[in-house]
Write a protein that binds this ligand. Structure first.
Ligand SMILES: Nc1ncnc2c1ncn2[C@@H]1O[C@H](COP(=O)(O)OP(=O)(O)O)[C@@H](O)[C@H]1O
Ligand SMILES: O=P(O)(O)OC[C@H]1O[C@H](OP(=O)(O)OP(=O)(O)O)[C@H](O)[C@@H]1O
Length: 186
């Protein structure tokens, strides 16, 4: 890193499956090219659709974790997810780096990053169900399991949480999110 290079904050985007985390992140990047998205390492089959991710086998994931390659990693939905330590270099010169995290790793993330904020995305339950069905990445049984964990609360002790309702138009949620991120810009 060059002397004096500015590091953008890490913005965790969290909320239940189908709420629109990835859509909101993509909308924010399109609205401001200085906003970067952190690509996750996931033990999900390649070409499953949705977000841009790095697909790996379970053995490769465990090897990477063992080598200390991840700033954060966690299991969910029968998969493993990892955030490579390269997130720190992505922050350099960025307005912000957005990363899709489990609600379960937020306290750990708050300790891991020196400038950390949270966008907590919400939508009405019937909206979640309709969106997961329409997305079509998971089968009906997996959709039901995801809906069952939709109400999981955020942990206590988080310093900065901004709630964004994405029950309506995505563009409205993007506009609201840009507004709440405004004060963090330098
Ligand atoms: N505001 C919105 N209005 C309509 N559809 C939406 C909206 N936000 C997201 N979607 C759609 O809902 C589905 C789930 O969104 P996604 O971004 O994959 O959610 P998440 O990453 O939280 O699981 C996708 O098919 C997406 O296109
Ligand atoms: O502990 P939770 O807050 O419930 O989150 C569990 C997992 O769900 C999301 O994954 P993913 O983006 O693969 O699924 P989604 O797009 O259906 O939310 C999120 O990024 C976590 O990895």
């Amino acid at each position: 890193m060059s002397m004096g290079a500015q590091k953008g904050p890490v913005i965790a985007v969290v909320g239940p499956s189908g709420v629109g985390k990835d859509s909101l992140m993509e909308g924010l990047r399109q609205a401001d090219p200085g906003i970067k998205l952190m690509r996750r390492v996931i033990t999900r089959a390649p070409e499953a659709g949705g977000e841009d991710y790095t697909p790996v086998t379970e053995a490769a994931f465990l090897d990477l974790a063992g080598k200390g390659a991840f700033a954060l990693h966690w299991p969910a939905h029968g998969l493993h997810y990892g955030i490579p330590k390269e997130i720190e270099s992505l922050r350099v010169g960025a307005t912000a780096v957005l990363v899709n995290l489990s609600r379960g790793v937020l306290l750990e993330a708050q300790d891991a990053f020196d400038d950390f904020r949270i966008l907590s995305v919400t939508a009405r339950p019937e909206v979640l169900a309709a969106r997961l069905a329409a997305r079509g990445r998971e089968d009906a049984a997996e959709v039901q399991r995801r809906l069952a964990r939709a109400v999981k609360p955020l942990p206590a002790g988080l310093a900065e949480v901004h709630e964004i309702d994405n029950s309506g138009d995505l563009s409205a949620a993007v506009t609201t999110a840009l507004r709440v991120l405004q004060p963090v810009r330098v």
